[in-house]
Design a protein around this ligand. Structure first.
Ligand code: GLN
Length: 258
C-alpha cells in the first residue's frame, strides 16, 4: 500500500522535474534575443557623460537620457561604447554604434554625414582661464595672440580655427581631461570648451574661472546613421514625450542641481 503510494509520488516528482527541464529549455530557446541599442559616447564631458570616479562606470545626463529613450522605443538595454570625440561619427557611419549621444552640437557640416534628433540642450563656448592669470577677455578679439587649448573635432576647435585662424596658436587634445591638464600646467593660456561643461570644471577646479562666454548658440542632438529614419522618428517622439514629462525635470535636477 505504502510502496504503491511512494511509487506514485516518485512518478509525480519525476514528471514534474522532466516538465520543468523541458519548460526551461523552451524558455531559453523560444525567447527572442534581447534588443540592445549600441550607444557611442566620449565619457569626459561632465555632467553629460563621465566615469564615476568610484565605480568607473560611465554615467551622466546623456546616459540616463538615452536609457530612457531606449526603454520607450522597445530596447531591453543599452551598451555604451566609449571613444574619443572625433571617433564618434566614423563609428556611427561604419555601424559600430547605432546612435551617438555625447553633448554633440547639431552643425550643418555634421548634418551632411549623419542625421540628428530634435535638440535637447543648449550651449555656448566658454573661455576658461587660471585665476590670477591676468587674462581679461571682453570680446573674441581679445583672444588674439593667445595659446588656446581645445578638444579635437569639437565645435570649440572649429570656432577657434574658423574665426581666429592664424591670429592664435591652437593646441588640440584628444580628451578634455588632457586639455584641462594643459591649462592647469600653464601649457595653454585659455581653453575654449562648451559652457555647461566649463561650469562643471570650474566647480571641480577652484583655481580656474570662466573669463568670457562666446555666444555660439549651439544645440545638442542625438545622432543616427544618415537615412535611418525609422530609428530617428522613434527617438524624436520618445524625446518629445520625455522632455514634456516630470521625468525631464528630475533628470535636469539630478545632474545640474535643481
Ligand atoms: N558640443 C561640442 C561639439 O559638439 C563638444 C562635445 C564634446 O566634446 N563632447 O563639438
Amino acid at each position: 500500500m505504502y510502496m504503491k503510494r511512494n511509487l506514485i509520488l516518485a512518478g509525480v516528482v519525476v514528471s514534474v522535474l522532466i516538465f520543468a527541464v523541458a519548460a526551461s529549455g523552451c524558455i531559453t530557446t523560444g525567447t527572442p534575443k534581447e534588443k540592445v541599442l549600441v550607444v557611442g559616447t566620449s565619457a569626459d564631458f561632465p555632467p553629460f557623460e563621465y566615469k564615476n570616479p568610484k565605480t568607473g562606470n560611465i554615467t551622466g545626463f546623456d546616459m540616463d537620457l538615452i536609457k530612457m529613450v531606449a526603454k520607450k522605443i522597445g530596447y531591453d538595454k543599452v551598451e555604451i561604447k566609449d571613444m574619443s570625440f572625433d571617433s564618434l561619427i566614423p563609428a556611427l557611419q561604419t555601424g559600430k554604434v547605432d546612435v551617438v549621444i555625447a553633448g554633440m552640437t547639431i552643425t550643418p557640416k555634421r548634418e551632411q554625414v549623419v542625421d540628428f534628433s530634435i535638440p535637447y540642450w543648449k550651449a555656448d563656448q566658454a573661455v576658461v582661464v587660471r585665476k590670477g592669470s591676468g587674462i581679461k577677455i571682453s570680446s573674441p578679439e581679445d583672444l588674439k595672440g593667445k595659446t588656446i587649448g581645445v578638444e579635437t573635432g569639437t565645435t570649440g576647435a572649429l570656432y577657434v580655427k574658423d574665426k581666429l585662424g592664424n591670429s592664435v596658436t591652437m593646441k588640440e587634445y584628444s580628451t578634455y581631461v588632457a586639455a584641462l591638464q594643459a591649462l592647469l600646467n600653464g601649457q595653454v593660456n585659455v581653453l575654449v570648451i562648451d559652457s555647461p561643461v566649463a561650469n562643471m570644471f570650474i566647480h571641480k577646479y577652484p583655481s580656474l574661472e570662466i573669463a568670457y562666454v562666446i555666444q555660439t548658440n549651439e544645440h545638442y542632438g542625438i545622432a543616427v546613421r544618415k537615412g535611418n529614419k525609422e530609428l530617428l522618428n522613434k527617438i524624436n517622439s520618445a524625446l518629445k514625450e520625455i522632455m514634456n514629462s516630470p521625468e525631464w525635470n528630475k533628470l535636469v535636477a539630478k545632474y545640474f542641481g535643481g
